[in-house]
Ligand binder design. Structure first.
Ligand SMILES: N[C@@H](CCC(=O)N[C@@H](CS)C(=O)NCC(=O)O)C(=O)O
Length: 223
């Protein structure tokens, strides 16, 4: 069916996971249709394409749906293998990139999230713990411009949301996590990430993101 041909992305404008898919497609120069979902009222198409998790992002390639952002990014690299290389070419480097991606997803995200839900001394302790976790991740940046070496690659796509979303979360929560003093390599990498054309092209408006995160925090704190 002609309508099933092509590439479609189901995302949500403020989602740091969905943007990974758009970055990967843009790096490859693949044209796609973007569908913005209201996560409080998910479309029939999203539920049909993502029956297991019902989450964004979803990539639909020639009618075939895929969920889970990191899985989708790897798929894009293989499906458009002659374009911009996203995964490292060496098997050991590839495994290392996946290791750190899992560390960032499982450990760093879990350390960052509770900062959003706390205040005062408890929050200060959590900021310190999150900094320790990011410090460990930062070792993978030593001597390099990007996690992928000289070029923005897989691990940069997976962790790149930190560069834009963490300062927004810091503002919404009134804390500082990634500073020049605490995480100098990561802070400098933030600037390099935000200068990548594929990244810049699809960042959501900062004011809108700050307002959303402030509102979510207030809602959580008053619950
Ligand atoms: N591990 C998933 C996480 C996706 C995820 O958490 N998506 C959120 C938006 S950032 C979502 O769709 N939430 C709606 C829901 O949980 O119902 C991935 O990386 O794709």
């Amino acid at each position: 069916m002609a309508a099933d041909k092509g590439v479609k992305v189901f995302g949500m404008w403020a989602s740091p996971m969905a943007i990974r898919v758009e970055w990967a497609l843009r790096l490859k120069g693949v044209d796609y249709e973007y569908v913005d979902e209201d996560l409080a009222n998910k479309s029939e198409a999203l539920l049909r394409h993502s029956p297991v998790t019902k989450k964004v992002p979803v990539l639909v390639h020639d009618g075939k749906p895929l969920a889970e952002s990191t899985v989708i990014v790897e798929y894009i690299d293989e499906a458009w293998k002659h374009g911009y290389p996203i995964m490292p070419s060496d098997p050991f480097d590839r495994a290392q990139a996946r290791f750190w991606a899992r560390f960032a997803e499982e450990k760093c995200n879990a350390a960052l999230y509770p900062i959003f839900m706390t205040t005062g001394e408890e929050q200060r302790k959590l900021v310190h713990e999150a900094q320790q976790c990011l410090k460990t991740l930062e070792t993978a940046l030593e001597g390099k411009k990007f996690f992928g070496g000289d070029a923005f690659g897989y691990l940069d796509i997976v962790t790149g949301w930190f560069a834009y979303w963490l300062p927004v979360i810091e503002e919404a929560c009134g804390v500082e996590v990634v500073t020049d003093e605490a995480l100098p390599l990561m802070k400098a990498w933030f600037d390099r990430v935000l200068a990548v054309d594929a990244v810049k092209a699809v960042l959501p408006p900062r004011d809108k993101l700050v307002a959303l995160n402030k509102a979510r925090r207030e809602q959580i704190l008053s619950a």
